[in-house]
Ligand binder design. Sequence first.
Ligand code: B16
Ligand code: MG
Length: 219
Amino acid sequence: MIKGFIFDLDGVLTDTAEYHYLAWQELAKKMGISIDRVFNEQLKGISRMDSLERILAYGNKSDAYTKEEKLQLADEKNEEYKKLITKISPRDLLPGIKEFMAELKQADMKLALASASKNGPDILNQLGIADLFDTIVDPAALANGKPDPEIFIKGAKQLNLTPEECIGVEDAKAGIDSINAADMFSVGVGTPESMKFADMFVVDTAQLNYASILANIKD
Ligand code: B16
Ligand code: MG
């Protein structure tokens, strides 16, 4: 029996990808690397340090900085990102999310956040939905990021539920792989190609609906 939903943040509840992109682009430029929105797709759902490593590899500069310098660069990006996200408000919830969350609360579902973002709690506050969540998995305490199942397994544990009693909602392939590996039913948001490993998917958050998800599980 389904008792909880575990949500990704970026791309599911709100679209922070553009802000991540703008902040990474500014930092990459300083390092002499040019990135575009197509490249940025690879950074979705990936941790801050892994994103930096991917950008450095893309610019053939993986060995150009020490570990300390890399931490400093990641901090610099985060400071720029934090400036950009101060603008986030409840109007930035993706289409249908407010209504979907209301349906879940009405059905007494427990809610958890399983985002790679260390800025997740602040963003939930700015979106005005922090109170709806029972728990947030701390991404800093994870040994392995998505696609490892750890973050969704921890989400279920923090809700005092088993993975089989939860549904995970994700927009990134790494996230769907993570949910599937946790033995949890996966709901994807995205194109048929990008979501082909999801147990079910919708192309738009506006189509997320509690009753139709339950109907898919029973199939
Ligand atoms: P931060 P999600 C992810 O969010 C983003 O998709 C990814 O681009 C970002 O690098 C990551 O959070 C870490 O974010 O720098 O704020 O800790 O999709 O897992 O909600
Ligand atoms: Mg995401």
